[in-house]
Write a protein that binds this ligand. Structure first.
Ligand code: PLP
Length: 227
């Protein structure tokens, strides 16, 4: 078995263990493999191993890789990076889901970029730190942003996303995210995704109810230099 296959199955086993420990069904958890900075050939290798959900955090890289691998029709691309409003239509053309909607202007731009009747899955990114530069909307403002998204007919609100702070136990940060997630799900029952958990904290995220994990280096190996 290749190293990549071995890492993938080792992580999947840890996900299943963490789910059972939390009294959850592993089948309700989606593992997104974050492929940023790696070549499209790695995405192809993952696809050949059965991966159908991948994550990218830069629009140009997403667009380029999706162009290279356009024939993988059932591969879903998740955009997980900070998004500039002027890149919204390029993001919309290449992403199946956008996890990082953190302001009304960005939601509006993604909505205006719709070019057919399809709806784009979006998540409200919540900032669990006190640092506004870290991306995401403050927890207290997340509900209003979610209401705004619900008013945009070409977007489908799917839930919330967050990255754990560096200076706090992930469990306590994810507990705050879960509270926000519950409020947002009460606005629309389809908004039931909690996108949380990376290589270093996916076990804690699963315990806190995460439905979508974004795991990079534990599966792909170390990222090449971003140049
Ligand atoms: C890079 C990235 C990840 C994956 O990080 P790893 O620590 O490599 O698992 C997850 N979420 C976001 C938003 C990222 O930018």
């Amino acid at each position: 078995m290749s190293e990549l296959a071995a890492r993938l199955s080792a992580i999947d086993a840890r996900i299943a263990d963490a789910a059972r420990l939390a009294g959850r069904d592993p089948g309700e958890i989606t593992r997104i493999v974050v492929t940023k900075f790696h070549p499209a050939s790695l995405v192809q290798d993952l696809y050949d191993l059965g991966v159908r959900e991948v994550g990218e955090n830069r629009q140009q890289e997403l667009t380029a890789k999706r162009g290279d691998l356009g024939d993988l029709a059932d591969l879903r691309w998740h955009f997980i990076g900070q998004a500039q409003t002027n890149k919204a239509s390029a993001i919309r053309r290449s992403a199946d889901a956008v996890h990082s909607v953190d302001r009304a202007r960005l939601a509006d731009a993604l909505h205006r970029a719709a070019d057919d009747d399809g709806r784009l899955d979006v998540l409200v990114q919540v900032n669990l730190t006190d640092d506004p530069a870290r991306g995401g909307i403050a927890p207290a403002d997340a509900d209003a942003l979610a209401e705004h998204v619900l008013g945009l007919s070409s977007l489908r609100l799917r839930g919330v996303m967050a990255v754990a702070p560096l200076d706090e136990e992930p469990a306590s940060a994810f507990a705050r995210l879960r509270a926000v997630a519950e409020r947002i799900r009460s606005l629309d029952s389809a908004a039931d995704w909690i996108s949380a958990g990376m290589t270093g904290d996916f076990v804690e995220a699963i315990a806190a109810g995460a439905t979508h994990l974004r795991i990079g280096s534990a599966i792909t190996g170390p990222r090449p230099d971003r140049g």
